[in-house]
Design a protein around this ligand. Structure first.
Ligand SMILES: [Zn+2]
Length: 219
């Protein structure tokens, strides 16, 4: 469990182990295309963006202007709200600075083409306690084997070396096993019994990884 900073934790959680993750595979699959879930993620992103705007330019403290940029995310609901076709972003208004500030996001992991929730859950579905067949994932979600392998490599090689991971891995009482990412990360949130809440909390924790970060973060 993270030590704090998460707004998604319901009151009164106990720390009991929820080890029946297999029962959640169908829920995870439906979340990938659940428009209402994406609306929640969008609202969270808007809150993060408002907070970033209030803080002002990270370099000079100047006022930030909206400078959102277009995205063509893959995955998501069939009828995608047009607001998902933009990444919220800002540009410093001060002449000579103009620094871009891209807030943390629960929807986008940096330049990754697919929505974060796909990058998180598809490898989990593939390698979880009751693995969904690769051919089924390819068929239903149109994600190739190559893409899945690339994501797994990213989770296990790039993410653990990122400054974000190095700074935040201490959030957990027991270390999250990097060789089992991203399933081990989701597992770390199993005290949250409700599957969609658990996924949202995991995406919230990951959100800074997709914000303005040094290139060394490798996204
Ligand atoms: Zn500035």
């Amino acid at each position: 469990m993270p030590s704090g900073g998460l707004d998604a934790f319901p009151e009164g959680l106990s720390s009991f182990e929820f080890d029946d993750q297999k029962g959640d595979a169908p829920l995870y699959q439906s979340l990938l295309r659940d428009a209402s879930f994406y609306s929640l993620l969008l609202r969270a992103d808007e809150d993060l963006a408002a907070a970033a705007r209030e803080r002002g330019c990270v370099r000079c403290g100047g006022v930030l202007h909206s400078a959102r940029f277009p995205r063509k995310p893959r995955g998501g609901p069939a009828e995608l709200d047009p607001r998902h076709r933009h990444r919220l972003s800002f540009c410093c208004s001060v002449e000579g600075c103009r620094k871009r500030v891209t807030p943390a996001s629960l929807r986008f992991l940096g330049r990754k083409v697919f929505f974060s929730v796909w990058v998180l859950l598809l490898p989990v579905l593939r390698e979880g306690p009751t693995p969904v067949r690769l051919s089924r994932l390819e068929e239903v979600f149109a994600v190739s084997r190559r893409t899945l392998l690339r994501w797994r490599r990213w989770w296990r090689e790039t993410v653990p070396q990122s400054g974000f991971w190095q700074a935040r891995r201490g959030d957990w009482a027991a270390p999250v096993e990097t060789a089992a990412l991203p399933g081990s990360l989701l597992q770390a949130f199993t005290a949250i019994v409700e599957a969609s809440e658990r996924v949202r909390a995991t995406l919230r924790w990951l959100a800074p990884l997709g914000g303005t970060v040094p290139p060394a973060y490798g996204i």
